[in-house]
Design a protein around this ligand. Structure first.
Ligand SMILES: C[S@@+](CC[C@H](N)C(=O)[O-])C[C@H]1O[C@@H](n2cnc3c(N)ncnc32)[C@H](O)[C@@H]1O
Length: 302
């Protein structure tokens, strides 16, 4: 999708259910914008394109992080909130028994199709809520989630569910955002205002878009030992990824327009301002800061 073009939150495609496993908490793509902790980012083609760009920007660092966490061939690997399943498929291609779990059946159908096309027999996808993933207790070596906890009302409970699924000594790997770090230089009032509107909208829905910086605290509360923390912060002056946060903030704000908490006219003004910043090769645009965490479930006491 090009900068400045309009996104749509309607007209979602319903995938064949036979392609993916399911648990009792499955919801349809339409419902996923209001259930599952009121996840405001959508589904359908525009959101798939957005998830492809997330993969292009972040997968290299994600793989390094997973290797640092001790991920190896033969591991039982589970990705929570897998979206289109890029990381799950990579883990399977490395020889893991990999499962991707998500609430959104539309995403999962695409993930399963891509795994099938790639001939990956050890990648599976299932529809479940992270709070009730339906996994055998103490069966997982490495869990992974990216950009999931910041969308949840109960990130500590989500981490407790991961803790229950991990083997003693197993590791939870998370990459979570701090959206408050999005900025432009020279300053763009439109970027700053829409960032703040989205942060406040998230706060009112009981989720924390700057939660990446607190992920280690959530993990400790859920019973993990902290092994490693780091963060990286992509910046652009030109290039195809420069407008990613223009696009993402707009996608969140479209949900707010739908809810009635932001007018369409104001959103259009802000999008025009962000497009101006993106079009100028003199304007630096910073994405969210991405926080990385490796946390360990304590080994069994002898
Ligand atoms: C921002 S996307 C990130 C997707 C993927 N991790 C990536 O980095 O490309 C968040 C994903 O979490 C899923 N999700 C949201 N709430 C969830 C929940 N309660 N349980 C499982 N998945 C959830 C959404 O459906 C969406 O696919």
């Amino acid at each position: 999708m090009k900068n400045g073009s309009r996104t749509s939150v309607g007209a979602l495609r319903v995938p064949p259910r036979s392609l993916i496993g399911s648990s009792s908490s499955a919801v349809t793509p339409d419902e996923s914008s209001t259930l599952g902790d009121k996840y405001l980012l959508g589904s359908g083609r525009s959101d798939h394109d957005r998830l492809r760009v997330i993969s292009a920007i972040h997968d290299g660092r994600t793989r390094e992080l997973l290797r640092r966490a001790g991920f190896v061939s033969g591991h039982r690997f589970v990705e929570f909130g897998c979206g289109l399943g890029y990381v799950t498929r990579w883990a399977a291609s490395e020889g893991a028994h990999a499962t991707g779990i998500d609430l959104n059946e539309d995403h999962l159908a695409v993930a399963a199709e891509l795994a099938h096309e790639a001939g990956l027999k050890t990648a599976q996808f299932r529809c479940a809520n992270i709070y009730e993933p339906g996994l055998e207790p103490e069966s997982v070596d490495v869990s992974y989630s990216r950009w999931l906890m910041v969308h949840l009302n109960r990130p500590v409970d989500a981490m407790r569910a991961i803790h229950a699924a991990l083997k003693p000594g197993g590791v939870m790997v998370c990459e979570e955002a701090d959206v408050s770090a999005v900025y432009a230089e020279p300053a763009s009032a439109a970027y700053a205002e829409l960032r703040d509107i989205c942060m406040e909208g998230a706060r009112q829905r009981g989720v924390d878009y700057s939660g990446g910086r607190r992920a280690h605290l959530w993990a400790k509360e859920a019973g993990f030992e902290i092994v490693h923390v780091d963060a990286h912060h992509p910046h652009y002056v030109t290039g195809e990824h420069k407008g990613f946060w223009n696009w993402t903030l707009r996608a969140v704000a479209l949900g707010m327009v739908k809810e009635g908490s932001l007018t369409e006219a104001r959103l259009e003004e802000l999008v025009a301002g962000m497009n101006e910043a993106d079009a100028s090769p003199d304007t630096l645009v910073a994405h969210c800061r991405m926080h990385q965490l490796i946390a360990k479930k304590p080994d069994m006491k002898v």
